[in-house]
Design a protein around this ligand. Structure first.
Ligand code: GRF
Length: 224
């Protein structure tokens, strides 16, 4: 992992929609809180807000259309091979999935082992997948939250880097809960990227240790 770099960490963000996590990372970089450079923002959807946000900040935005790859048995892998080419051309060190609504295949995962992160709006391993705020409420959980984890082939299954917990209130709807979780997402994702940039994330099996830091202070954020 990069330590004492002379050039900033080269980051690619993959997003399919609104791009608020992308924005949080852009803002943290611009504020000097994250020592990284976003070298490209890539989407599998055309004309999404995430690409517009990238353009506004003078970042390179790319739409890679899945259509030409569709209908083949290995369409997901061939798409990822095209994506990987782009990442390699841009000499990307770290890939960030931020609302990227496409399951990544082994093609990308093996090229970026412990160098690709995802953010998910639940306290994993509870509630992987979709509609997770509703599932947490329906289950009667008292705490929800969000998780930044490294990406492996299993969906939302990789080693956990940072989590933030958010209480579930009696009057919460999936929307109100999602809003409060999102505030925490915007804090923990930039933080995870900065820890990576500092070379402080050590992965041992399923566990991620934060080097030279107080593990509990840095890996858990609890919000009211
Ligand atoms: C976030 O809730 C993230 O946790 C999930 O998808 C949503 C993306 O939101 N993976 P945004 O596009 O970053 O605003």
């Amino acid at each position: 992992m990069p330590i004492n770099r002379t050039t900033p960490l080269r980051v690619a963000v993959l997003a399919s929609g609104r791009g608020s996590n992308l924005q949080a990372i852009i803002d943290a970089i611009e504020a000097g809180q994250v020592e990284a450079e976003i070298v490209c923002v890539i989407s599998n959807k055309k004309d999404v807000a995430a690409l517009e946000r990238a353009r506004k900040h003078g970042l390179k935005d790319l739409f890679i259309d899945p259509k030409p790859f569709a209908g083949r048995p290995d369409s997901r892998e061939t798409y990822d091979r095209a994506l990987l080419d782009v990442l390699q051309q841009h000499e990307v060190d770290l890939v960030l999935l931020a609302g990227y609504m496409k399951i990544v295949t082994a093609v990308l995962v093996t090229a970026y082992v412990n160098r690709m992160m995802n953010i998910h709006p639940s306290l994993l391993p509870s509630f992987p997948g979709l509609d997770v705020q509703k599932k947490a409420i329906d289950w009667g959980c008292k705490l929800a939250g969000c998780t930044v984890h490294f990406v492996t082939e299993g969906v939302d299954e990789g080693p956990i880097i940072i989590q933030a917990a958010v209480p579930i209130l009696d009057e919460d709807t999936p929307e109100t809960l999602a809003e409060r979780i999102l505030i925490q997402e915007h804090k923990i994702y930039p933080r995870a990227v900065q820890l990576f940039a500092e070379g402080r994330l050590k992965v041992e099996g399923r566990r991620v240790f934060i080097d030279a830091g107080k593990l509990t202070d840095e890996a858990i954020i609890s919000a009211v």
